[in-house]
Write a protein that binds this ligand. Structure first.
Ligand SMILES: C[S@@+](CC[C@H](N)C(=O)[O-])C[C@H]1O[C@@H](n2cnc3c(N)ncnc32)[C@H](O)[C@@H]1O
Length: 325
């Protein structure tokens, strides 16, 4: 099951609140083994000034996570132990076509206790870290055009984004932004399995998932999104581009209540997903309209009662581009 890349998932729902609610769901879901493989690969990197590009950065929750989970600590320590006189650190470029999300990312990160310069860039300077963040309102296509002959990045990342795009078109463009042997970290890539519990009617539930996944595959009239098969498609697309897959692991969303309550704002996250399904399938010729609207209403009621559980299968990838693309 996947959310949309648009500003408002549905009337009355805030994309910003939705992405914030998603943060704790992603925190649990992101694959630890794959994260540690990324850390190891970063530790091995010899770059003196490390450049990171985040595609579809949203409201900046992955940047906060990278800081909270100490992703760059080894780089900061290594560069400091080299006794470099000049300042060393990480330059991070966060891009997203959604201006409201990027403004929120900037606002949130500016509240970080380390934030000490807030002109065009944001600088986070701590005892063991120096992170320069630049925000850029652009989709990957436009951004790559602007940088066609420019500098390259040491790491490119995208969280919950690649299932929204035409993977066969996007991947060569995205990997072309990397230095030779640069790293990629592509996470929360939906991979074809949605389960909502309790089952209402096995056959009708199954039909809804099938039709919903089909809508994910066709994001516009012009192109096919990787959509419901992004996770498995990444294997073949990366191999076609001769990229080295270093590690892969599941990053399933599992949202459930304990004692009748969902953690943090995860009930809102579930309401958004049910609303997105409703919006995608209302009026579908293969669904009886009354039965479908009852199904949607019942799912919202289940969330309000703390009864709904979601399992959504996804995959995380870390790897290396091969030479200059
Ligand atoms: C589901 S959100 C994920 C946001 C963030 N990575 C996170 O995990 O919270 C998908 C994001 O991809 C962005 N997006 C959609 N199409 C894009 C494109 N062509 N290039 C870059 N970002 C895109 C959307 O604006 C949205 O912020």
């Amino acid at each position: 099951m996947r959310d949309l890349g648009t500003t408002e998932p549905a009337p009355g729902f805030s994309q910003i609140r939705y992405l914030l609610a998603k943060r704790t769901v992603d925190d649990r879901a992101l694959n630890n083994h794959v994260w540690n493989s990324l850390r190891t690969a970063l530790t091995d990197s010899r770059a003196s000034r490390f450049r990171v590009l985040e595609i579809g950065a949203g409201i900046g929750t992955m940047i906060e996570r990278m800081l909270d989970w100490g992703l760059f600590e080894d780089i900061f320590e290594r560069t400091q132990s080299l006794g470099a006189q000049r300042e060393v650190g990480v330059d991070l470029t966060a891009i997203d076509p959604d201006a409201a999300c990027l403004a929120e990312a900037r606002r949130r990160l500016a509240h970080c206790p380390w934030a000490c310069a807030t002109d065009g860039r944001l600088e986070l300077r701590g005892p063991h870290a120096l992170l320069n963040i630049e925000f850029n309102q652009a989709g990957y296509e436009e951004f790559a055009c602007r940088w066609a002959n420019g500098a390259r990045w040491n790491l490119v990342m995208a969280n919950a984004v690649l299932d929204l795009v035409d993977l066969q078109h996007a991947l060569p463009v995205i990997l072309s932004l990397l230095e030779p042997d640069g790293l990629f970290y592509f996470t929360i890539n939906f991979d074809g399995d949605t389960v909502l519990l309790p089952v209402i009617d096995e056959e009708f539930d199954g039909l809804i998932y099938e039709l919903y996944h089909a809508t994910m595959d066709r994001r516009s009239n012009k192109w096919m999104a990787a959509g419901s098969r992004a996770g498995r498609l990444l294997f073949s697309c990366l191999r076609t581009l001769r990229a080295e897959i270093v590690d892969v692991g599941p990053s399933d969303w599992v949202v459930f209540s304990s004692g009748g309550r969902y953690p943090h704002d995860e009930a809102y996250f579930l309401h958004c997903l049910v609303t997105i399904i409703a919006r995608a399938l209302t009026g579908h010729t293969r669904l009886d309209p009354d039965r479908f609207s009852d199904w949607i209403a019942l799912r919202h009621d289940q969330i309000d009662r703390g009864e709904l559980t979601l399992v959504s299968h996804q995959l995380d990838f870390v790897g290396r581009a091969s030479g200059r693309m």
